[in-house]
Each structure stands twice: as structure tokens, then as C-alpha cells.
Design a binder for this molecule. Structure first.
Ligand SMILES: [Zn+2]
Ligand SMILES: [Zn+2]
Length: 342
């Protein structure tokens, strides 16, 4: 089968021929790839940023945002049939450890991550296990949702966590209306009655945020944008701030927008949070980390997608045109998310 592989760090990806994956254990599932999302993480992998962490042996096939059709299943798999449309939770988890038993798939003690540390979905077929497979509603196609498997899942996980405590009348501030943020906006409006304020420096992103349901948008950068946000909360600050950026000083300004006992959800990363501890105890604010999402998060996100409440904008490329997709992403030329279709 055709695969697109990392052959060497700091070199271009290479189209190669590789044997199809085989069922080797009873819960294995082979998926015929319908679409694989092209993600910034793929660029970071090529730059060697993941080399030490993943310890993966080169060459290997990348692609960690995958959806398609069931092609073959192991003996013990009774809930899936050949031809079923599916999206894959990005991790292959053990199901037996404490984290798995809590439904906290991301912290499984014995997981693999196809596309990161084993072969992924820039290919015609991919091996995973039954635990990672979410069946798709008839209304959805693999190419519509593949890229939700990582970026969308991460946004859903953080927003759903915030929505558990947000009440109608509360205010939620989102920083960043880009790839993750534009999913986060749709999710919050679908599952919460909170008032949503979206901040971004890019007027086009704010225009989209409005269209997707943001109640208020504020352009960052001007001297008084923090005051503008505080005015929307009668000066008290928001119950929740969800920071999809966490770079370029966004946390320093984001924290100023948080009310007493508010929750600060960190999703993006890059900068340090610098706040006097006396301010944390006196205000009782909380900082909450967010990493990808659970199987159930992905299943819930697919319900919203099937209902048409979360829509992902994509640009399609043939698998053979992988280099153009990578180049366009590097150059910031992709509208929505780029996906590869075999
Ligand atoms: Zn990704
Ligand atoms: Zn586990």
C-alpha cells in the first residue's frame, strides 16, 4: 500500500510502498483510511521536536487524525463490521490500567499513538484496536470529520470541562479563534447557556467567530481591550477563560479578565504563567491543564457534528499531493484544516 513516511528529520516526507498492516491480536482493527488530517504537529515531527519524546524508529508513517471504513477486525471484535464508517480516537489504549478504567484514555499507562510513535494514517490502511473506534452517524463522512480527531477533540475536551460549571448568565472568554478556537466556539454555543466573548488579534477570525455564534468579539492588541472585556462582565471578570493561545503574553492579559474563584483553562502552550501566589490564594482562581480528550469526548463531539452543530472547514489534497499540503500549511495558506484523501 501507499504510505507517506518520515525518512529523516529536517528532510521532506517520502511516498513509499509498504506491506498492509495485519491483524495480530483479537481486538485489532484495520481501518481503510478515508481521510487523514494534516496538523502542525506533523511539521514539528519533521523538525525533530518529537524525536526524543516518541523514540520512534525511522522510517515510519505519520498522520494522527484519522477516519475511514472498517476493513478487517480481530476474532474478539463483535461491535464492528467491515464497511462501518468510523473516526479513530488518536490513542491506542490498554483498557486495563487505572486511567483507562476512569475513562481517562489520554493518560493510559500503556498507550501507543499512531502517527506519533507507531505507523499512522498518511496511508491506505491503519491498524488500531476496537477500543479506539467511534462509529460515525450516517450523516457524516470520514473526510468531514477526520481532522476533528485531534484539534477538535482537544477543543471539545476543554470546553466541555468548562461547560460543566458554567451557568446561563455566566461569562466565558475564549482567547484565540483559529483552528481550535473556531471549534471551541461552536461547542460552547451548543452545550452551554453561558455568554461567550471571543478575543483574537485578527479581524477575519473575529468575523468568523461572530458567524459561529460568539455573543461578543473583542480585538486584542489595543490599549483598552482588557477593559472592554471587563465592561462586558460588569467589571467583575469572567467565570471561565479558555486560552487556546498561551503565547505572546496572552496569559498575563487573560488572568486579568478572570473573576474571583474563576477557572483558567490552558489549552495552547508556549509561555510561562507568572502570577504571585498570594494572588492565587486570595482570589481562589484555578489553573486547569487540557490535553487531547477521552474516547467519550470524541463520541460526544461526533454527536454534535452529526447534528450539524459543529462544522469543520477543510481543504482536501490527494495523498500523493502530501507535499503541497505540508507546504501550504507551513505557508499559512490552508483554509480551515488540510486533509489527505487516499
Ligand atoms: Zn493534530
Ligand atoms: Zn490503559
Amino acid at each position: 500500500m501507499k504510505v507517506v513516511q518520515v525518512v529523516e528529520y529536517h528532510k521532506d516526507l517520502k511516498l513509499s510502498d509498504s506491506p498492509e498492516p495485519k491483524i495480530t491480536s483479537p481486538l485489532d482493527v484495520i481501518v481503510r483510511i478515508g481521510a487523514a488530517g494534516v496538523c502542525r504537529t506533523d511539521l514539528h515531527i519533521l523538525e525533530g521536536q518529537w524525536a526524543e519524546k516518541s523514540n520512534v524508529k525511522l522510517p515510519y508513517t505519520i498522520g494522527h487524525e484519522n477516519a475511514g471504513w472498517i476493513h478487517a477486525v480481530g476474532d474478539a471484535v463483535k461491535n464492528l463490521s467491515v464497511g462501518d464508517k468510523v473516526i479513530l480516537h488518536p490513542l491506542v489504549t490498554c483498557g486495563l490500567c487505572r486511567a483507562c478504567r476512569d475513562g481517562d484514555d489520554v493518560h493510559c499507562e500503556a498507550s501507543e499513538f499512531p502517527g506519533i510513535n507507531v505507523d499512522g494514517g498518511y496511508a491506505e490502511y491503519l491498524k488500531t484496536t476496537a477500543r479506539s473506534v467511534v462509529k460515525l452517524d450516517e450523516a457524516l463522512e470520514p473526510a468531514d470529520v477526520a481532522a476533528l480527531a485531534d484539534a477538535g477533540l482537544t477543543a471539545y475536551h476543554a470546553v466541555a470541562k468548562a461547560a460543566k460549571t458554567l451557568r446561563p448568565g455566566n461569562v466565558c472568554v475564549m482567547i484565540g479563534a483559529g483552528g481550535l478556537g473556531h471549534i471551541g466556539i461552536q461547542v460552547l454555543k451548543a452545550i452551554s447557556g453561558a455568554t461567550l466573548v471571543v478575543i483574537d488579534q485578527n479581524p477575519a477570525a473575529l468575523e468568523l467567530a461572530k458567524k459561529l455564534g460568539a455573543d461578543h468579539v473583542v480585538q486584542s492588541g489595543s490599549d483598552d481591550f482588557v477593559t472592554q472585556v471587563l465592561d462586558l462582565t460588569k467589571g467583575k471578570g469572567a467565570e471561565a477563560v479558555i486560552d487556546f493561545v498561551a503565547e505572546g503574553g496572552s496569559t498575563a492579559t487573560g488572568i486579568k479578565m478572570l473573576r474571583q474563584a474563576g477557572n483558567y483553562y490552558v489549552v495552547g502552550y508556549g509561555e510561562n504563567i507568572n502570577i504571585p501566589t498570594i494572588d492565587i490564594i486570595s482570589s481562589e482562581i484555578n489553573f486547569i491543564g487540557n490535553l487531547v480528550g477521552s474516547y467519550n469526548d470524541l463520541a460526544e463531539l461526533m454527536v454534535l457534528a452529526a447534528q450539524g452543530k459543529v462544522v469543520l472547514h477543510t481543504t482536501k489534497y490527494k495523498l500523493d499531493d502530501f507535499q503541497k499540503a505540508i507546504d501550504d500549511l507551513t505557508a499559512g495558506k490552508v483554509r480551515g484544516r488540510a486533509i489527505l484523501v487516499p
